[in-house]
Each structure stands twice: as structure tokens, then as C-alpha cells.
Design a protein around this ligand. Sequence first.
Ligand code: ZN
Length: 290
Amino acid sequence: MHPATSVLDRSKVRRSRSHVVVATLAVALAAAARPAPAANWETPAAGPSTSGGPEVLFTFDDGPATKTTAQILDTLAAHDISAIFFMVAWRFDKGGEGAIAKHRAMLRRVLDEGHVVANHTMTHAQLCKGKPEVAEHEIVHARVVLEREAGLPVPWFRAPYGAYCNRLVQQVEDAGIRHVYWDIDPQEWKNNNAKATEKYVIGKLKKLTGRAVILMHDTKSATAKALPKILDWMATENAARAKAGKPTIKVVGATQWARELVGEDVIAEAHALADDALEALAAGLASALP
Ligand SMILES: [Zn+2]
């Protein structure tokens, strides 16, 4: 190597080394200023309590199923509770026309009864494994299918198994959707044990102080059986708490939570659009009458 070039290279190396030192310091300072990087999705999953007392948000994953989803909807209606249903979108694309029609009817019922439809991928894939483009398709295509079926935006998303990795965090951000994790997980998808589910959830609710998202599965008979018991317990417990002047356990309706996140202005705009569509429909019907 020519000596002149060598000197030049050495000075370049020195300069670039000092850049590295400065950059490393900057990164270290930024890390000190910020909290340590998260190892999991943020909790509490739906933010802090707005009432100051204990609050719960009910979420149901993996459906819609035919029998158990219907039972859960009956129970929620009896207690006047709206929930979030994280659906796997293959149910609207595969399994034969008969099954698809049933799943569609159930999604319609979920919406008609005031619940929120959310995205739980196409095939319940583990999104932190395998190729990034496969994971992206699972998220983005499920959203397309669910929005087609619901006729509404579906910006809420939950990773199957609660999978967490930097790649997925970035994909969720790129897709412009919101991940919803959970705080109370009775694992009834695994044991399908109604009694154990009831006991676990009630045990957590007794001690609850802030806001918690409860994760259950509308595909499981244990869930359909445990839910009425949990809600009956809550009603009795709340009556006792009210009598004693203690804060009751409040249910955060899924639509209330969606409103908190989306903002009232966007909701008002959506209403205006719906009103316009209804007006156009009414005008069309009127013109068709003799
Ligand atoms: Zn799931």
C-alpha cells in the first residue's frame, strides 16, 4: 500500500472512531433518559382507571364460534356489557359455505349487540417466528377480511399467544393498528375448566385496584359456563361494596374504550357519514315507492 494513502486511511479511521464514541455516548444517554426497552406489551393493557376505582374490560379471542359465542353474547346482553371480540379471519374464508355463513351471522350479531370486532390474524399464527412477510400477511390480510365482513374499520389487534418481539412491534406500527394486550388471563383455552376459570378471575377481581383487560375465549365451553358466574358474583360484590361505601368494580364497555382511544371528533365524523348513507337509502326507498 502507498504510504500517503495509509496515513490518510489512519486519520479516517481515527475520525470514524471518535464518531463511534460520540454516537455510543448519545445512545447511552438516551437509554438513561428513557425507560428500559419493554420486554412485553404494555400493561395495564387498556391504560389507567378513569373512575379511580377498579375497572374491567372483557375481551374474547379466537372466534366467532357458533354455539359458545352465542351463549357468551346472551350472557353479555343479560348484564348489558359490551366486549371486544378478537376474531381469526380464516373463519370467513375457509371451512365451507355453511360454516362461513354461520360465522358471518355471528359477526353480525356481535356488531348489532354493540360489541367491537377486532383482528386476531388469519390463522392464529405465532407472529414472532417464521418469515416477516408471512407475519405481515397474517395481520394485514385479516384486517382486510374483517373490514370486508364488518363493513367497518378494524384497527384493534391482538397477537396470538401474546407474542412479542421488536419485529412485530414495528409491523403493528407500520400497519397503523393498535395492539391490545391483557392483564387477567385464566388460561381456560388450555384447561377448558369452568370452575378453575371462575375461581381465577374472581380471585383477581377481588384484589383489583386499577383497570384490567380480561382475556377469555368465546370458542370454549368453560368460558360460556364461567362467564355468568363471574358476572353474577360481580353484581353481588358490587351491591355489597355500594352498601359499604366502597368503590364498585366498573365495566368499561368496549365501545367506551374505543371512544377514549379514537376521540370524539372522529366518532362524530363517522356518525355524520352513517347519517348521510341512511338519508341516501331513505331517499332511494322513497323514490321507489308508488
Ligand atoms: Zn388466540
